[in-house]
Design a protein around this ligand. Structure first.
Ligand code: BTN
Length: 273
């Protein structure tokens, strides 16, 4: 896939959202789309703004890692939201991941899963990730920035990630364009945002079913340390927190970001019951 300039006119002509992406900023180059949105003065920041770039020079990933993306071949963008409270932001991020998973599945034969907390996987390979940041005015959120990096056409990954990463172009069974993908994603996200806003419990159920390990006996790794105890992964609650049932049938809630779900497929056996 050759590097291409994102076609803003084509994108705008296809977009069928009411508010998400109405304020749309295309930058041929920027340090980071999330950092760019952070710099916009508060009175000027429109709820539902979308910033996209073809060349992100200092892309930021989770845990201070960098996010690599070959220019003109991937989707690197951030949506800026101004929700009334900072509650349930984990569920909101998961809702965006869910929207991406559903859109990608329109183009591939297999399934896309959400790996807690913010990764998108096809099989055992990562196709994208999300980074959510929130700034505050006192106790009220000023802005929530959901940055999304999707490997759409990347065909060279650095040594650290090449065994674990995949691009949509490697597996798509029909033609796609970045403009089309972004339109579909924003349409779904707008819908899920309304559901999230209305506390619609269907949303968390649907998201749960897309998560790696859902309904399975799993182990958890906290701060890198693998716990012995096994839990049945029941999905997420209305806040996006993990629900894990232990063998004594107590439901444990985890909201801690440093927790990882380890499934039997990753080498941990099912408990004897
Ligand atoms: C991850 O580590 O998996 C999350 C990656 C998030 C990358 C996106 S690309 C657009 C936005 N701008 C950034 O600097 N990071 C996010």
């Amino acid at each position: 896939m050759m590097p291409e300039k994102f076609d803003v006119e084509y994108f705008k002509n296809q977009l069928r959202t009411t508010w998400l992406g109405s304020e749309f900023i295309y930058l041929s180059k920027v340090d980071s789309t999330s950092t760019y949105l952070k710099r916009i003065p508060s009175p000027d920041l429109v709820h539902g703004s979308v910033v996209i770039t073809d060349h992100q020079m200092k892309g930021r990933g989770q845990y201070e890692r960098k996010w690599e993306a070959e220019p003109g071949r991937n989707l690197t963008f951030t949506i800026g939201l101004r929700p009334p409270s900072a509650e349930r932001l984990t569920l909101l991020t998961l809702a965006c991941g869910y929207a991406i998973a559903l859109v990608l599945e329109e183009y591939i034969p297999g399934e896309v899963s959400i790996k807690w907390p913010n990764d998108l996987y096809i099989g055992d390979k990562k196709i994208g990730g999300l980074l959510t940041e929130c700034t505050f005015f006192g106790s009220k959120p000023d802005r929530v920035l959901i940055g999304i990096g999707l490997n759409t056409g990347q065909n060279h990954f650095s040594d650290d990630v090449k065994e674990k990463a995949i691009s949509l172009a490697d597996i798509a069974d029909r033609a796609f364009s970045r403009e089309q993908l972004l339109c579909r994603f924003l349409e779904k996200t707008e819908l899920f945002y309304q559901q999230w806003h209305k506390h619609n419990t269907e949303l968390q159920k649907q998201i749960s079913q897309k998560m790696i390990g859902y309904g399975e006996w799993v182990r958890v790794r906290i701060n890198g340390e693998l716990r012995d105890e096994k839990y049945k992964f029941l999905g997420v609650n209305e806040k996006g927190e993990l629900l894990l049932l232990n063998r004594e049938l107590d439901v444990n809630t985890f909201s801690y970001e440093q927790i990882r779900i380890i499934t039997a497929r990753q080498g941990v056996p099912e408990p004897n019951r």
